[in-house]
Design a protein around this ligand. Structure first.
Ligand code: UN1
Length: 478
């Protein structure tokens, strides 16, 4: 049985068992884990707190070497780790390998950043005094990750945490522990001192609850639902801990009359349905202007019907299964809600059989929608998209921005004027022109506005804002 990693070792197995099931074939048990609880989480926090100070003073070469080792091994094993990821989460093999590759490069990026942690030196406004502005580690960072990116999201939180000299208590999603365990196993051989990195596999109501409530954890970074994120923000505020949240999305994709039709349909299919739509960056609201609407909808329906849904590991699969029984149920419930609200189900939306028993769902498109419907306002987190029809760009922009979320916003157009205008006026943290709303680079900031994100940005050099604190030191010079 596989176990949690605390204070430099994989701990003894306990009694509570957690089975990791393949969503493409529920008869396939990938791994069995021993579930940790509150006591183990407290041990991990204590170990991290004890290791934080000396790791915070480690030299940049040591940090570079460790992060570079982790990144190199991930990249060298990308096919194997990608297959494991696809087997446990259900995204297709190319998507799994792509995600692992991204994770490898994330570690490489932050290996380099460890060498570039700088500061500023200024003269004081008082005569004969100088000022140093430096960045210090925060201390112990609690990292709580979702199931939809089992390797990339842990990587984009763990790599900067270690880069900037923090100790880590990491709680992966219980649905996808195998990828997290493989990552921890690599980290365990990287030369990192015991206690600096800890992984606790167990339920949110115990493991997550301990991490969020502990005064020894100075910062929490969380990707997941709005309801859990709101609770975390409130509890962190109450004890003055730093917090970084990446939550939901209801991302619009505008298609204008002047768009390249083929390209726009590709962008929509990729953004809405790849990774089975299980991305907070997925395009779930497609907003199309009058002149291109009929042609767009006809081609989108044709392409969507032709998508091959199947076992994540089969080479001809384009859309893998939904990740779990409960997520499938949520998707089917939203499909029912949309029908009851009066939307027209244009294609898909039915559960289908595969060669093996899994959670297969046909990608669904709804038309005749109104942006006030729940199907247009709430995040489904599945392969379900709506298409609405509007008169012109101005109406499309207003509808795109009419949402509680603001993560990613896309537009397909050949007009420089509209592309420029949209980049400025879309109320979202990320804007995509003639590119899918989902699928982001690893070296630039990631995050949104409104209910999608809270706290400093993730990734790229901007990650330093969350993983460090700024110190201002004054000195009398003469
Ligand atoms: C991507 O679109 O490449 O949970 C990344 C999510 C996001 C990551 C999306 N935090 O879906």
């Amino acid at each position: 049985m596989k176990t949690s990693y605390i204070n430099g070792r994989f701990i003894e197995a306990g009694e509570q068992e957690l089975k990791n099931i393949n969503p493409s074939d529920i008869s396939d048990v990938i791994d069995t884990f021993s579930r940790a609880g509150r006591a183990e989480t407290r041990q991990a926090i204590t170990a991290a707190a004890a290791a934080a100070d000396s790791w915070g003073r480690s030299n940049p070469q040591q940090r570079f070497d460790i992060l570079d080792f982790i990144g190199s091994e991930i990249l060298a094993r990308r096919e194997e780790l990608g297959a494991l990821l696809s087997r446990e989460e259900g995204k297709t093999l190319p998507e799994g390998i792509g995600e692992v590759t991204r994770a490898g490069y994330l570690f490489k990026f932050f290996a380099g950043e460890a060498l570039r942690i700088g500061g500023e030196k200024l003269d004081s406004v008082r005569a004969g005094a100088t000022i140093d502005i430096t960045r210090e580690p925060v201390g112990v960072v609690g990292i709580i990750t979702p199931w939809n990116f089992p390797v990339a999201i842990p990587a984009w939180k763990i790599a900067p945490a270690l880069c900037y000299g923090n100790a880590v208590v990491f709680k992966p999603a219980e649905l996808v522990p195998s990828s997290a365990w493989a990552l921890a196993e690599i980290i365990s051989r990287s030369g990192l001192p015991a206690g600096v990195f800890n992984m606790v596999i167990g339920p949110g109501r115990e493991v997550g609850d301990e991490i969020i409530g502990s005064n020894e954890v100075q910062a929490i970074t969380f990707t997941g639902s709005v309801s859990t994120g709101t609770m975390i923000a409130q509890r962190c505020a109450a004890r003055m801990a730093k917090v970084q949240l990446e939550l939901g999305g209801k991302n619009p994709l505008i298609v204008l009359d002047d768009a390249d039709l083929e390209q726009a349909v590709d962008v929509a299919v990729q953004g809405s349905f790849y990774s089975t739509g299980q991305r907070c960056t997925a395009s779930s609201r497609i907003i199309v202007t009058d002149g291109i609407y009929n042609d767009f909808i006809a081609l989108l329906a044709k392409r969507t019907k032709a998508l091959r849904v199947g076992n994540a590991l089969s080479s001809d699969t384009q859309i893998g299964p939904v990740a779990s029984a409960s997520q499938l149920q949520q998707d089917l419930e939203y499909i029912e809600i949309a029908k009851q609200e009066g939307a027209t189900l244009l294609v898909g939306g039915k559960r289908i059989e595969g060669e093996t028993e899994g959670y297969y769902l046909q990608p669904a498109i709804f038309t005749d929608v109104d942006n006030r419907m729940r199907i247009c306002r709430e995040e489904v987190f599945g392969p379900v998209a709506t298409v609405s029809r509007v008169a012109d760009y101005e109406a499309a922009l207003a509808e795109a921005n009419d949402t509680q979320f603001g993560l990613s916003a896309g537009i397909c157009t050949t007009s420089l004027k509209y592309a420029e205008h949209y980049k400025r006026h879309a109320k979202a943290g990320m804007v995509m022109v003639n590119l899918p709303t989902a699928g982001v680079d690893y070296h630039v900031p990631f995050g949104g506005t409104k209910a999608s994100s809270y706290g400093p940005r993730e990734q790229g050099r901007y990650a330093a804002e969350f993983y460090t604190r700024v110190k201002t030191a004054y000195q009398k010079a003469d």
